[in-house]
Design a protein. Sequence first.
Length: 67
Amino acid sequence: MPKQKTHKGTKKRFRVTATGKIKHRSAGTSHLAARKNQKRIRKLRGTDTLGAGMGKAIKKALAGNSY
């Protein structure tokens, strides 16, 4: 039987914590910041945790690994 491969795009964007939560970078931080207000930019800083709904799909794409 072939092995389940890690999805490389998912590997670059997500990380599984010790408790099993999924961490990711907030969207909308790369460019076009001039039109966003300062409060919004501040809220987008750092990492955020993903909701439980998508967690199962992300863990499957990571093939049981935490990067």
